[in-house]
Design a protein around this ligand. Structure first.
Ligand code: ADP
Length: 493
């Protein structure tokens, strides 16, 4: 396969020992420790990254606190903050090719897809650049002796802890709204994919974000992540990751009762009714589960198909799956890259074995793609004959594995869809308008797609029901996540 040549900036960045950003200064870990960034396409290390621990988190939180209290960011004219955030979005887009290559190396996602994500990350900043000028308080009803109003103020120092599946996009989902609503931030990217967050911190300074407003500490979850979640001078934690770690974050953050928002896992139903446009539904369902090698919280991994079309649909789904070209991230021809790490490879192939032992029928895939060498490649895999009690129907696999189940009608589809601890997203494929809306209303999930799957937009709120988390990100609802209100009583006597 044709390998994309690395840009000079990328080589310089990865070979120049990437540094954390604390108080506007590029810095290594206080301990001097580092860890390896590994390319999932080859299984080889390609960079050394600072291994931040408690001392580094302390320094970053102190920098963010100072920047918050002296109001170097919060106190700027809203139009100025808007201008800087817009510029940061444009800088991300301008550096899109370089960032996409770094992301592809670090996460294993195909470089073409990474390019689209870099654009999307820039777009999140562009969207949020509209917000600093639109944050209003309210005037409350009162008698003539009083004037009562509210101020909408930032939450304070925010910690962002993010996963490895969409590294820069996730960083943007945290940093852009936090900054738009006047907060300062310490970001802890995932240890598997720390690099683009470090470039984001550098670009934020270039855009004019004052020093200390965006700090990035790289390191492990049990070290840097835990230190941030526990920190008594952090006012709010915004976390995206697994439900298991979300639960830990809740415990870790209890010391100072900081505010927490959690975007957690999912096991999303993708429902195909007999009146759907079958080919479109098959292609959409395939992309909905295999996009990003299935490492998507909202992936439609439980494919519920009306019995009367089951066999036809499965055959279309298998055909569509055959078009997904597995290969290294730095090839222009790749549609699906490796999974992110050797741990993830073990986890996903382990679930495939569980599926087989539970009696599900493997209709395509099911193996590590050995022919691609030492990279962490897993074939796109489809199981049929699954029932909703099976482990592969209940647990989040976070890899390219689809579980197809038969349902008799709308009522059974809704019941099975909701029979899960998760409630992040769902997709429904039908040409019957009433059915589409009925299902959308019946499903307990934060997002429902009709005749499409996997769409996002910074203007559209995102978040989970049930154990998929709480709090909403993006759109106008992120204002509640990143601000607090103060009521002011003034006597007019
Ligand atoms: P995944 O399970 O998909 O690898 P995780 O939910 O484990 O993702 O990790 C998401 C983020 O949470 C990462 O940045 C990771 O370092 C961090 N993390 C993991 N464990 C903890 C913890 N105990 N406290 C705080 N952060 C953590």
């Amino acid at each position: 396969m044709a390998q994309v040549e690395l840009l000079g900036e990328v080589t310089k960045f990865v070979e120049g020992s990437p540094q954390m950003m604390i108080g506007g200064r590029r810095t290594g870990a206080a301990s001097g420790k580092t860890f390896e960034a590994v390319d999932p396409s080859s299984g080889k290390a390609f960079a050394e990254v600072p291994r931040g621990e408690v001392a580094d988190v302390d320094a970053a939180v102190a920098a963010a606190r100072e920047a918050f209290e002296d109001r170097r960011w919060t106190g700027l004219r809203p139009g100025k903050r808007a201008e800087i955030l817009f510029k940061l979005g444009e800088l991300i887009k301008g550096h899109g090719a370089e960032l996409a290559q770094i992301e592809a190396l670090d996460s294993g996602k195909p470089v073409k897809i990474a390019s689209g994500e870099m654009w999307a990350a820039g777009d999140v900043f562009r969207y949020y650049s509209g917000w600093p000028t639109k944050i209003y308080g309210e005037t409350m009803p009162s008698d003539d002796s009083l004037f009562v109003y509210s101020l909408r103020e930032p939450a304070g120092v925010c910690g962002g802890i993010i996963p490895w599946n969409f590294p820069l996009v996730m960083a943007a989902h945290k940093v852009a709204p936090a900054l738009a609503f006047g907060n300062t931030m310490v970001l802890k990217p995932a240890e598997q994919t720390p690099l683009t967050a470090l470039r984001l911190a550098e670009l934020s300074l270039e855009a004019g974000v004052p020093e200390g407003v965006v700090n990035v500490v790289t390191g492990f979850g049990e070290e840097a992540g835990q230190a941030l979640a526990r920190h008594h001078d952090v006012d709010k934690i915004a976390f995206t990751g697994s439900t298991e770690v979300g639960r830990k974050i809740l415990h870790e953050s209890e010391g100072n009762l900081k505010r927490v928002s959690l975007e957690l896992g999912g096991k999303s139903p993708n429902i195909v009714f007999s009146d759907a446009d079958l080919r479109r539904a098959a292609k959409g369902s395939m992309l909905g589960v295999f996009m990003n090698s299935g490492q998507v919280c909202t992936a439609g991994t439980r494919i519920l198909v009306e019995s009367s079309i089951h066999d036809d649909f499965v055959s279309s789904l298998v055909d569509a799956t055959g078009t997904m070209k597995l290969g290294p991230a730095l090839s222009d021809e790749t549609g699906m890259g490796p999974v992110v790490s050797s741990e993830q490879l073990q986890r996903v192939t382990g679930y495939i074995e569980i599926g087989k032992s539970e009696g599900a029928e493997l209709v395509t895939g099911g193996n590590r793609a050995q022919e691609l060498g030492d990279g962490y490649f897993v074939e796109p895999t489809v199981f049929t004959g699954v029932n909703n009690e099976m482990i592969i129907a209940q647990e989040e696999i976070f890899g390219p594995v689809a579980a197809v189940m038969e349902v008799a009608d709308v009522d059974e589809a809704i019941a099975v869809a909701n029979d899960s601890i998760y409630g992040l997203a769902a997709a429904v494929w039908t040409t019957d308008l009433s059915k589409a809306h009925r299902v959308a209303r019946g499903i307990n999930a934060g997002t429902v797609w009709v005749n499409t799957a996997g769409l996002y937009d910074p203007a559209v709120s995102y978040g989970g029901y049930k154990q998929s988390g709480f709090g909403r990100e993006l759109g106008k609802h992120s204002m509640e996540t990143y601000t607090q209100t103060k009521s002011v009583w003034v006597s007019l006597k």
